[in-house]
Ligand binder design. Structure first.
Ligand SMILES: Cc1cc2nc3c(=O)[nH]c(=O)nc-3n(C[C@H](O)[C@H](O)[C@H](O)COP(=O)(O)O)c2cc1C
Length: 210
């Protein structure tokens, strides 16, 4: 097994962290790894906003609690099933742990990014711009992979989270950030758990030739 194979193989999402914070220098190295990712027309649209302030984390946490109440209420009023409510609570649990992470980022993309298809769409007055979100999501995913693998090499565990966004209507407003669309959160720290085994699909399920 090569060094890279081992990093890819052993990386897991980590949701429980030791209390101590990793050195800032390591986090910077992980961000630098993220910044090497490919991006559409080398636009490098991904932005990392580190949430250091206790007050900011509290604001986000409260917004999430309010969002959960609002959604549960809406489900009650519309006769949503118990199963859906349980699901919602499950997603909440898979969001809340991020507030215990020593390092927490809101990860977003610059609103300045204009894709070629969008330019074309504007020029032709057509709906060409629809590929923009796909491009931006891919850019975020690729950047995060670099960050995660570098963290794995350093002995740090991370988890990408999109579930919190279910509970927050305008995370940018809560965080008072402009010019960026928040696409996910990213929690990092020294691992304090060993996730149990999860099954991976067989190559025959994901690969075919046509
Ligand atoms: C786009 C994306 C969103 C995710 N959102 C969450 C989340 O909100 N909460 C969470 O606990 N895990 C989240 N995860 C982590 C996945 O649950 C995890 O990657 C998956 O179960 C496979 O486990 P592994 O990362 O340990 O291999 C997310 C992963 C991705 C790629």
């Amino acid at each position: 097994m090569t060094h890279l194979d081992k990093l890819i193989d052993e990386r897991r999402s980590i949701r429980k962290y030791r209390d101590e914070s990793p050195p800032d220098g390591w986090i910077k190295i992980m961000i630098l790894a993220a910044m090497k990712a490919p991006s559409p027309s080398n636009s490098q649209p991904v932005r990392f906003i580190r949430l250091r302030s206790f007050e900011t984390r509290c604001l986000l946490h409260q917004a999430m609690r309010d969002g959960r109440e609002r959604l549960l209420q809406a489900l009650m009023e519309t006769g949503g099933s118990k199963r859906l409510r349980n699901w919602l609570n499950g997603y909440y649990r898979f969001s809340e742990f991020m507030f215990q992470a020593p390092v927490l980022f809101a990860v977003g993309t610059s609103l300045k990014f204009i894709s070629f298809s969008e330019r074309l769409g504007r020029a032709c007055k057509s709906e060409q711009g629809h590929t923009k979100h796909r491009d931006l999501d891919m850019a975020v995913g690729l950047a995060l992979k670099g960050y995660l693998l570098k963290g794995e090499e350093l002995g740090l565990g991370s988890c990408i989270l999109t579930a919190p966004l279910i509970f927050m209507e305008e995370p940018e407003k809560i965080l008072s950030v402009s010019g960026i669309a928040i696409r996910c959160f990213l929690a990092t720290g020294y691992p304090d758990e060993e996730p149990s085994y999860i099954n991976r699909k067989d190559i025959a399920d994901v690969y075919r030739e046509i």
